[in-house]
Ligand binder design. Structure first.
Ligand SMILES: NC(=O)N[C@@H](CC(=O)O)C(=O)O
Ligand SMILES: [Zn+2]
Ligand SMILES: [Zn+2]
Length: 431
């Protein structure tokens, strides 16, 4: 393994220093002489942070390699500054066995652009009835700790309770896609409110989410197990999570860049690129999410990167698939919206995009402070650089990018996995 010397970067927004990475770990920090055989990365004016961790990525392999593969999704993740992603289980077949989990994990390792940690399904086939091989997945090479039926919600409270009890001994956590199907199902395709009424689109109310969040918080209290709320989208969910944390209940939550930055109004053009589950919400909800991310009620930013092939996405709004891309744009969007605007300091963005997600998923080698002996999983960002998103330039195989043409201040310059530069200026770095 070659050594890597990063020169002149501000370490987590502090003083500039050089950082030497040897055998995948940080060997030295200070003023370091360069030597032959050492790869150099000039980082004057840049900020070095622990690599980002995404708790919620859809990589589509196996089964929908026309939309994304572990290779293309890994490239998008590396370009976005991520060193670890949690790959959701709603593939074909579903990740509900140890073998399926190891397949995803091993493929990620072989590609080597980002550490891919498979999320295990809670129930077999995401059917909501029988528990998946939770224990076997946890004990497998993939060391699964995060479980989710994402794409669908564990509807049955009894199944949810049993799953929570089952994964307690190995400190597993369920990431719940909170959506009560009796309130939100069928043809519902956007937020239910004034805009859906005007557009004549069937919507679903925010309560379809918060009733499940309230139930799961009670189940977390009852079982003593951890519940994580995926893609929180409403002010009511935030209130419940805030209350639960104040009681000492083991609940954590994530918000996506799109629910933070984009609102219901965007659907008035009937452009299916803005169709997502949960739906984009009114500005009151967006403001509540921003405040909750700033004060820590929402622990993490997660992308819910959801690539879709054109023939699934480019339909009339009601018929199009739910989901949007997010890996390559997450830092720019959240940095601009939350840090540059003064809503929270960069140090808190580091907490939400790497420290907290690594802790929630139980990852030892990610989201660690930059210190000698620590892992060489890092990202170099330029907080001053303005970027304009070009959907055509994406590493993803899909093009359902809601940020196309928009500009943000804050750019990922380089991503480093165990001392190897995986991406440079948005492109995979070959070496
Ligand atoms: N978010 C989405 O709109 N879609 C996700 C599923 C999900 O996260 O619920 C997908 O798999 O496409
Ligand atoms: Zn979901
Ligand atoms: Zn998802």
């Amino acid at each position: 393994m070659r050594d890597l010397l990063i020169t002149g970067a501000k370490i987590a927004d502090g003083e500039p220093a050089d950082v030497l990475i040897r055998d995948g770990a940080i060997a030295e920090i200070g003023a370091i002489e360069s030597a032959d055989g050492i790869e150099r990365l000039d980082a004057d004016g840049l900020v070095l942070l622990p690599g980002f961790v995404d708790l919620h990525t859809h990589l589509r392999e196996p089964g929908r390699e026309d939309a994304e593969t572990i290779a293309s999704g890994s490239a998008a993740a590396a370009a976005g500054g991520f060193t670890a992603v949690l790959a959701m289980a709603n593939t074909t077949p579903v990740t509900d066995t140890a073998e399926a989990a190891e397949l995803v994990y091993d493929r990620g390792r072989a590609i080597g652009l980002v550490d891919v940690f498979p999320v295990g399904a809670v129930t077999k086939g995401l059917a909501g009835e029988e528990l998946a091989e939770l224990g076997l997945m946890a004990r497998s090479r993939a060391r699964v700790r995060l479980f989710s039926d994402d794409g669908t919600c564990v509807q049955d409270a009894r199944v949810m309770r049993r799953a929570l009890e089952y994964l307690k001994p190995f400190d597993g956590v369920i990431s719940q896609h909170a959506q009560d199907v009796s309130l939100a199902g069928g043809s519902a395709c956007c937020h239910e409110g004034e805009i859906s009424g005007r557009l004549g689109l069937p919507g679903w109310p925010g309560a379809a989410e918060s009733v499940i969040v309230a139930r799961d918080v009670q189940l977390a209290r009852h079982t003593g197990s951890r519940v994580h709320v995926a893609h929180v989208s409403t002010a009511e969910s935030v209130e419940i999570i805030r209350w639960a944390k104040a009681q000492g209940i083991a609940v954590t939550a994530e918000a996506t860049p799109h629910h933070l930055a984009l609102g219901t109004k965007l659907v008035t053009g009937y452009d299916p690129v803005f169709k997502v589950n949960p739906p984009l919400r009114p500005s009151e909800d967006q403001e509540a999410l921003r405040a909750a991310l700033a004060d820590g009620t929402i622990d993490a930013v997660a992308t819910d990167h959801a690539p879709h092939a054109r023939h699934d996405k480019e339909h009339a709004f009601e018929a199009a698939a739910f989901g949007m891309l997010g890996l390559e744009t997450a830092f720019a969007v959240v940095h601009d919206l939350m840090v540059r605007s003064g809503r929270m300091p960069l140090a808190d963005l580091v907490e939400r995009m790497t420290v907290a997600p690594a802790r929630i998923a139980g990852l030892a080698e990610h989201g660690r402070p930059i210190a000698v002996g620590g892992p060489g999983n890092l990202v170099l960002v330029d907080p001053e650089r303005r970027v304009t998103v070009d959907a055509a330039a994406s590493n993803s195989l899909s093009r359902n990018n809601p940020w196309h043409g928009m500009s943000f201040t804050g750019a990922v310059h380089a991503t480093i996995l165990r001392g190897r530069v995986t991406a440079l200026d948005g492109k995979v770095h070959d070496q």
